[in-house]
Ligand binder design. Structure first.
Ligand code: HEM
Length: 471
């Protein structure tokens, strides 16, 4: 028996819980708001808030993160269904991100990790086309992801890319309003559920079209002398359609699940990598020494080549450190993705009741001066000794999360980001707008699907090595 010992947190008011605290926290960016709130309550490793009827625990230290994502991983391996997405999910349209922990999740995850996000697929991008530099980073990563996930021959790809972009504007990350189901104050925050549904319908219609085209092409191929498509030539949609057709899985995915999984991979993949790249370029512009070093490396390792290919990447040691340091300072999912506690647990000595939504403040942890020297400074060299990595075992650095629900797209993302960044540095010289000093570059954040720059990064590009034109 005995009383429950909840983690410390702001005083709770009837009805609105701790919501009033957020109305007065200046920063609309939840990761900063949570960090402020934790500081004002004596910096507990686990902070407890009541938002409307939902209990919310925020882990803000490596030890607390380790307990949630490793020690008690299985009890925190589901995600809450946020209200604006609930109607779609109740119809069974659930992809990998929100599927409850269980047999279906395990299967979708296995398919994604093994078949779809393997390094083999990353290497199979046509290099000349993948580095069509000069296009905006978002368009570029969306393009690369589209090629791997759906098909680059999809007729309505422009429409699809626009819908995804609109989606990332609509879904303002996991805004606080998203976390509570029915309080009246909630409506004050959201009101986007209708638009989300419309967009969802639109994307499903586009997916139907992509699937039709896919099947038509397969039928056409099957009637040629060479016969069917070779498995290694399939894109992700092709693999999923084959699994759907041939069965053979313990829980056969419905067509709605196939579509939702594709959308999850696509939207999960492009926005995150694009924003990270934008932050990397921003940090390099603010830190000319690091830029010089990275460019010198790329130019010396690639001397004379027409463009960067996958095979060049493992020579680019400093470039990898630049991306690591960018992920430390700018984890684009600063609170990771929400988990839900599915059975009562003790974490850091506190009771976390079943049903609590659990966030991990990866942003606060990776900028904590208790674990990092000169924590706010951009210093890629700090990773030089190779002791700390983002693979989910060093809990002071978890931009991709950790444990069973850790990001399945990590390797894929690393591939895209290295390839694109190396290409940007190889082909171009980058300059700030005339008259701007490096330290004047604005770094204000804005919450979208991922945390991105509030103001566009406008740079002048001077060609050093011309980008080869695709045949
Ligand atoms: C810089 C790039 C990326 C970052 C920082 C990132 C970060 C994350 C994080 C923090 C999570 C939640 C992990 C957790 O709960 O412990 C996650 C989950 C996920 N990510 Fe990524 N991600 C990136 C790129 C990608 C890419 C390229 C894909 C796919 C093509 C992808 C697909 C997913 C999916 C499907 C999930 C949900 C997995 C599950 O719930 O089982 N991500 N990602």
């Amino acid at each position: 028996g005995g009383r429950r010992r909840l983690p410390p947190g702001p005083s709770r008011l009837p009805v609105i819980g701790s919501l009033h605290h957020f109305l007065f926290v200046r920063s609309p960016l939840a990761h900063r708001a949570m960090a402020d709130l934790a500081r004002r309550h004596g910096a507990p490793p686990l902070l407890y808030l009541r938002l409307g009827e939902v209990g919310l625990a925020v882990a803000s230290s490596p030890a607390a993160a380790r307990e949630v994502m490793r020690a008690h991983d299985a009890a925190f391996a589901s995600r809450p269904w946020i209200p604006s997405m609930r109607p779609a999910m109740e119809r069974g349209a659930v992809g990998l991100v929100f599927v409850p922990y269980g047999a279906l999740w395990r299967q979708l995850r296995r398919v994604s990790v093994l078949e779809l996000l393997s390094a083999r697929r990353v290497r199979s991008w046509p290099p000349g086309r993948a580095v069509n530099v000069g296009v905006r980073l978002a368009a570029l990563t969306a393009d690369v992801t589209m090629r791997a996930v759906v098909d680059d021959r999809f007729d309505r790809r422009e429409e699809f890319l626009r819908a995804i972009e609109e989606g990332s504007r609509l879904v303002t990350g996991f805004s606080l309003g998203d976390l509570f189901p029915s309080s009246r104050l909630v409506r004050f925050f959201s009101g986007t559920a209708g638009r989300v549904m419309d967009l969802h319908r639109k994307m499903f219609e586009l997916m139907d079209c992509a699937i039709r085209q896919h099947e038509e092409r397969r039928a056409a191929m099957a009637s040629t002398p060479d016969g069917a498509v070779k498995e290694e030539d399939e894109d992700i949609l092709g693999v999923l359609l084959r699994i759907h057709r041939e069965g053979g899985l313990e829980v056969p995915p419905t067509m709605d699940i196939v579509k939702s999984l594709i959308l999850d991979l696509f939207s999960g993949g492009s926005d995150t990598s694009a924003s990270t790249l934008e932050w990397a370029m921003s940090e390099l512009m603010r830190n000319p020494g690091a830029m010089e070093k990275a460019q010198a490396e790329v130019r010396s390792k690639l001397q004379g080549k027409p463009s960067v290919t996958e095979d060049d990447l493992h020579h680019l040691k400093y470039l990898k450190l630049v991306i690591k340091e960018t992920l430390r300072l700018h984890p684009v999912l600063p609170l990771l993705l929400p988990r839900e506690c599915t059975e009562d647990r003790k974490v850091m000595g506190y009771d976390v009741p079943q049903g609590t939504v659990v966030l991990v403040n990866a942003w606060a942890i990776s900028r904590d001066s208790g674990y990092w020297d000169d924590a706010d400074a951009f210093k890629p060299e700090r990773f030089e000794d190779g002791k700390i990595d983002f693979k989910g075992t060093d809990f002071e650095f978890i931009p991709f999360g950790a444990g069973r629900r850790m990001c399945p797209g990590m390797t894929f993302a690393q591939g895209i980001m290295e390839l694109v960044l190396a290409s940007l540095l190889y082909h171009f010289e980058w300059k700030l707008p005339a008259g701007m000093e490096p330290n004047e570059l604005d770094m204000t954040e804005k919450m979208g699907m991922a945390v991105r720059r509030k103001n566009d990064l406008c740079l002048r590009a001077v060609v050093r090595v011309p980008v080869p034109t695709p045949p």
